[in-house]
Design a protein around this ligand. Sequence first.
Ligand SMILES: [Zn+2]
Length: 199
Amino acid sequence: MATTPDALEEVTLASLSTENLYRELISRLGEDPARDGLIDTPKRVVKSMEFLTRGYTMDADEVLHNALFDVDYDEMVIVKDIEFFSMCEHHLLPFFGKAQIAYVPNGKVIGLSKIPRLVDMFARRLQVQERLTRQIADAIEEAIHPQGVAIILEAQHLCMMMRGVEKQHSSTTTSAMLGVFKSQLQTRNEFLSLVRRAG
Ligand SMILES: [Zn+2]
């Protein structure tokens, strides 16, 4: 098999079950996949990875279905401290933290419980924090065309913490400011001060 053409090798890899791929990976890390503690690990990892990336099976229309309401309200709506857990696409290691989300309605609001679900939908994919931030903002913008959307994500990345690339308690902050949060300093500052208070 030493001279297997690439094409043939691909077919062989694709035909392996995900469990067997993890079994092979464990063995390449220098472990014995057949020992007691590891024997069921491939099966567990498959399940856990399916869960951690289940956002791929969801879309915003489905998540927000029946949860968009017409309102006569144009003050800022804020949902604070939404916990999220995601996977860094560069290292396949978790990053996790909190999201602060605000929008100023323009005739429509989103059912409050749906905002964390929207965050979850994008977080449960292979991500970079910047894109995750932007995708949440864009999804809200697209769903209700508000006067503005503001998102701040603060997260800790295990790929930095565990590998000692950066200080272990450092966190990364990303933000997206659309509409009035971008054009009106006063609105942006109001958001920032509400988010900072008792965060
Ligand atoms: Zn990473």
